[in-house]
Design a protein around this ligand. Structure first.
Ligand SMILES: [Zn+2]
Length: 314
């Protein structure tokens, strides 16, 4: 039976009471930036891609698995590959067949029953191939939400419903809505830690926090202490990359594409390092999953953790 890389990393995170940083990647630059960050901090990570990102890039599931594995070859990095926010069962099945370690079926915009049935179908296919499944219960609002926002009681994850959902679907990880949101926030989000604690007590599963952008470091730490084992970062990392390109274009209008992309890659790597530093050191003050050894020809990081570490993630 093949080993599931994510399961191993989640077991380690649980042991150390820390969380894995999940970074959305979609092309050579973003994959390399994430690998560099993981290698230079000796910290495991989750590389994830959403079907929408694959569509934009014109890359299919098989190609993406190969691309990541080719680029990871020269790096001494412990990672797992995850499909993020798949709203169609079909997309999950394609990722399972292609060799992803885990898939997220996002039925959070559907009815509870549709979410349950979709998650069940994905779990059935995934578990036969030792692939893990993440589902979302409640709704993480933000960029993807419609204009008429529902009331908080309708969108926050209900601990009792979470228990029933996990038992019925046998889903492996659960993404929760406890005040977190996708995208940039007007002010710091107010997380409902009491609810998070109740969810943790109701389900014996690793909890996933989407919308890491904008959550203050102390709140991230408290979430980890209350059972969050995977934290998704997208918006802030995406804007770090884009801002570096814009900056280069402003300062050096004749810059070549490869020059501005190299700068963006370094900026992104730096930002991921900062996030890994506080997510993985939340309790123990050391890396989540230190690697056994570093090969002699390992990548020499050209970036170092920035002073952002202790600041609020804006
Ligand atoms: Zn998300």
């Amino acid at each position: 039976m093949k080993e599931n890389r994510l399961q191993r990393l989640l077991d380690q995170a649980e042991q150390h009471n820390s969380a894995l940083v999940a970074v959305n990647v979609s092309n050579v630059e973003t994959i390399k930036a994430a690998l560099h960050a993981a290698e230079s901090t000796q910290t495991a990570l989750i590389l994830q891609v959403a079907p929408l990102q694959l569509d934009f890039q014109g890359i299919d599931y098989d190609e993406f698995v190969e691309l990541v594995s080719v680029l990871a070859r020269r790096h001494n990095v412990d990672y797992a590959l995850h499909l993020d926010h798949a709203e169609e069962v079909e997309h999950c099945l394609r990722a399972i067949d292609a060799g992803f370690d885990s898939v997220m079926f996002d039925g959070s915009k559907q009815s509870y029953d549709q979410n349950l049935q979709g998650t069940k179908a994905v779990c059935y296919a995934a578990h036969r191939k030792q692939v893990l499944v993440e589902a979302e219960l409640g709704r993480v609002l933000g960029n993807e939400a419609g204009s008429d926002e529902p009331s908080l009681d309708d969108v926050y994850t209900d601990p009792q419903l979470a228990k029933a959902f996990v038992e019925e679907t046998q889903v492996d990880l659960l993404a929760v809505a406890i005040g977190n949101a996708h995208g940039f926030h007007v002010g710091p989000p107010k997380l409902d830690f009491e609810r998070l604690n109740q969810i943790r007590l109701s389900i014996s599963r690793p909890i996933v926090l989407h919308g890491g952008t904008g959550i203050p470091v102390d709140d991230i730490r408290q979430s980890i202490a209350l059972g969050v084992r995977k934290i998704n970062y997208f918006t802030e990392l995406d804007s770090t990359f884009m801002n570096a390109i814009k900056q280069e274009a402003k300062e050096n209008p004749s810059a070549l594409m490869i020059q501005s992309f190299a700068k963006a890659q370094r900026a992104l790597s730096d930002d991921i390092i900062a996030k890994m530093t506080y997510c993985s050191s939340a309790i123990l003050g050391k890396a989540t999953t230190p690697l056994a050894s570093t090969s002699s020809n390992a990548y020499q990081p050209h970036v170092t953790a920035s002073a952002q570490t202790e600041e609020v993630i804006a």
